[in-house]
Write a protein that binds this ligand. Structure first.
Ligand SMILES: *[C@@H]1O[C@H](CO)[C@@H](O)[C@H](O)[C@H]1NC(C)=O
Ligand SMILES: *[C@@H]1O[C@H](CO)[C@@H](O)[C@H](O)[C@H]1NC(C)=O
Ligand SMILES: *[C@@H]1O[C@H](CO)[C@@H](O)[C@H](O)[C@H]1NC(C)=O
Ligand SMILES: *[C@@H]1O[C@H](CO)[C@@H](O)[C@H](O)[C@H]1NC(C)=O
Ligand SMILES: *[C@@H]1O[C@H](CO)[C@@H](O)[C@H](O)[C@H]1NC(C)=O
Ligand SMILES: *[C@@H]1O[C@H](CO)[C@@H](O)[C@H](O)[C@H]1NC(C)=O
Length: 368
């Protein structure tokens, strides 16, 4: 990818009109509560046009857009398979031109109390797929194993995977993340919080001060698995895996069920020259803790109340709308031609070019 040339060409093109819809921002939500927080808001009306896209989830067969088509929303359905399938259908739709679109994942997540707290809104640089591993039930594991999970192609926990599928780690544009962070950070004082959420996080005081502070917009990484896990041991095991897979770069912070799948579909779309992988924002607000407080069992934490749910949903809009508005307002001056990444962006294979700062070295195809 020759950035200088691409950027020059972009600035020379005065706006090609085509009959395809070319949104500036595509919100990516996973289920209905994350989607509805964007309806009936003062800033814009994303229900002004609904467009049926073949291949989307049967539950959410249409994307929703503003009248001008500047801002759109897709609801993928939950879990890795729904996310990958829906985003692929979006990318290959003949009705859309997504080559300049900013994709913003806007969903809720679990959170590591050592790093952040419920209600906080995290912007991630790395997304790590945790469940791409071997597993044996802990009751049957060797007595010297700290966990039943270990990387594929290895013989015990802690060893770097030798069988790589390609979706283990993704890295997005750090300069864009910082720009999004600056835009969203002004919303800190407005972020929603409730007495129940405060009481919940107070129970985690032994984990440090990050967890007991009020919610804020934070920078930390995202971890994907289909399994909705909870507990001290799995939390620690996945902290380790995040560190291992990313060669020490990523911090296990927010946990969810879709991001690597969405990123993989967008990576393939970039190889097909239909989307731009340097225009992705991963935003995850924390709804619940990934492990119990000290005097509670893992099962009680999993099945108990989720007081952080409502604030986390509200905060997707409160923080995220600042990013959307910032992209629209700064379109001509900053965003139209893109924000040049200074870091590696792409997957563990190096498919988009460049040398990944994680993984076993470049394995991807040579980009044309
Ligand atoms: C778009 O769909 C939503 C329901 O998903 C509906 O409320 C809205 O009225 C629809 N908009 C148009 C223009 O039909
Ligand atoms: C998922 O994506 C993140 C960053 O986008 C990356 O750090 C992580 O390694 C990926 N995990 C897998 C298993 O692909
Ligand atoms: C958070 O949202 C709830 C529900 O709308 C509301 O009752 C509460 O006052 C809000 N809290 C803050 C701090 O905005
Ligand atoms: C995490 O890694 C540390 C350091 O290697 C190790 O001591 C610990 O047992 C691991 N924990 C789990 C649950 O895998
Ligand atoms: C756990 O302990 C905290 C204080 O240490 C207390 O406020 C809370 O009610 C306890 N929770 C349970 C479920 O016992
Ligand atoms: C990541 O760690 C593995 C295992 O130690 C190593 O083989 C690989 O070279 C490292 N990758 C980078 C980019 O440092």
């Amino acid at each position: 990818m020759n950035w200088a040339l691409t950027s020059l060409l972009c600035s020379l093109v005065l706006g090609v009109s085509s009959n395809k819809l070319a949104p500036k921002v595509m919100l990516i939500n996973m289920f209905i509560d994350e989607a509805e927080v964007w309806y009936d808001i003062p800033e814009f009306n994303v229900l002004a046009q609904n467009i049926t896209i073949p291949g989307l989830s049967p539950l959410f067969p249409q994307i929703h857009c503003t009248k001008e088509g500047d801002i759109c929303q897709i609801i993928t359905g939950e879990g890795e398979i729904n996310a990958a399938s829906s985003i692929s259908a979006l990318v290959y739709s003949s009705r859309l031109d997504l080559t300049s679109t900013y994709f913003m994942i806007a969903g809720i997540a679990g959170v590591n109390p050592k790093v952040a707290t419920i209600g906080s809104v995290a912007l991630a640089r790395y997304a790590v797929q945790l469940d791409l591993e071997f597993e044996i039930d802990a009751r049957e594991m060797p007595s010297d194993f700290p966990t039943g999970y270990f990387a594929q192609g290895t013989t015990a926990p802690g060893q770097y995977p030798s069988t790589i599928y390609g979706t283990e780690v993704f890295e997005v544009n750090e300069n864009l993340r910082q720009a999004a962070f600056d835009l969203a950070k002004v919303a800190d004082p407005q972020l929603n919080d409730t007495a129940d959420s405060q009481a919940n996080r107070e129970q985690y005081a032994s984990f440090g001060t990050a967890v007991t502070s009020p919610p804020t917009v934070v920078l930390c990484d995202s971890a994907t698995a289909n399994t909705f896990w909870t507990g001290d041991l799995l939390g620690e095991a996945f902290e380790n895996v995040t560190h291992l897979f990313s060669n020490g770069s990523a911090t296990y912070c927010v946990t969810q069920q879709e991001d690597n799948a969405t990123l993989n579909a967008l990576l393939r779309g970039t190889l097909a020259k239909l989307v731009d992988f340097s225009r992705i924002i991963i935003m995850r607000s924390a709804s619940d803790f990934d492990r119990p407080p000290q005097n509670e069992t893992a099962l009680a934490n999993l099945l108990g109340d989720t007081p952080g749910f409502e604030p986390s949903i509200l905060n997707l809009h409160i923080a995220g709308v600042k990013i959307v508005e910032g992209i629209i307002a700064g379109w001509d001056s900053v965003f139209k031609c893109g924000i040049k990444p200074a870091n590696y962006v792409g997957d563990i294979f190096g498919s988009l070019g460049g040398e990944p700062d994680f993984g076993l070295g470049r394995m991807g195809p040579i980009p044309l």
